[in-house]
Write a protein that binds this ligand. Structure first.
Ligand code: DC
Length: 220
């Protein structure tokens, strides 16, 4: 099986690029952030503090996460409920970042992620795919961009969706999430030694897409 691991900070364009690459290459696209978001959403609904390891771990036995592919697009189910849209808010993103710091939460999702890679050619994006989940991935890419470039893109996305947002708040959120994701003890965000670094700060979507496609095709 072919596996392409794409890791990087939030807002670097991993999911939109991985989606388009998966379509082009005929691989499955697995968005692991969506799994953490589903757990974050569950914690928020349960009134649990995402940062509180004991509180979050106590919820896990009541959580079932499933992925389904509808027309090639990943849908995430939380205890049978399709939460694919509900998980896309900034609040759930922050809760996902909180719950993902707990080792028990990571262990909970590890087997599901590895099982997908055993049975499909795929592109999997996240924070620890090349370092922990798929250390033997066929191709590893570390996709990043400056915090300012990521904030500008995120702001444009939010405004396009009709949400109200301002640049300074979006930038502060991105920096806080970067800190949380890179400074945690459990599977912190970092570049695998054998990952190819791609910085998209100065690249538009099409240029980023072509850069990643060339890297993948040179290795599969
Ligand atoms: O990629 P995203 O914004 O949907 O991810 C939400 C949060 O989940 C992110 O802040 C960190 C966490 N995450 C993780 O710890 N490991 C992954 N493989 C994917 C996401």
């Amino acid at each position: 099986m072919i596996s392409v691991a794409i890791d990087g900070p939030s807002g670097a364009g991993k999911s939109s690029l991985a989606k388009r690459l998966a379509k082009e290459l005929g691989y499955l696209y697995v968005d692991t952030g969506a799994m953490y978001r589903a757990i974050g959403l569950y914690a928020l609904r349960a009134g649990a503090d995402p940062q509180d390891a004991a509180a979050v771990l106590a919820l896990l036995p009541g959580i079932r996460i499933e992925l389904a592919y509808v027309g090639g697009a990943q849908r995430v189910f939380l205890n049978g409920e399709d939460v694919s849209e509900a998980i896309r808010t900034e609040a759930v993103g922050m809760a996902a970042s909180g719950v993902s710091a707990h080792q028990g939460v990571r262990d909970f999702l590890l087997e599901l992620q590895r099982r997908l890679a055993r049975t499909h050619d795929l592109l999997m994006d996240g924070r620890d795919i090349g370092t922990v989940i798929l250390p033997n991935a066929t191709v590893k890419i570390f996709l990043t961009a400056s915090a300012e470039a990521r904030a500008a893109r995120r702001l444009a996305q939010l405004l396009q969706k009709g949400q109200t947002a301002d640049y300074d708040t979006v930038l502060a959120d991105i920096c806080r999430r970067d800190r949380q994701d890179t400074e945690r003890a459990a599977a912190p965000l970092r570049q695998a030694p054998d990952a190819v670094l791609v910085d998209t700060s100065e690249l538009d979507f099409e240029q980023s897409f072509q850069a990643l496609k060339a890297i993948i095709l040179a290795r599969v």
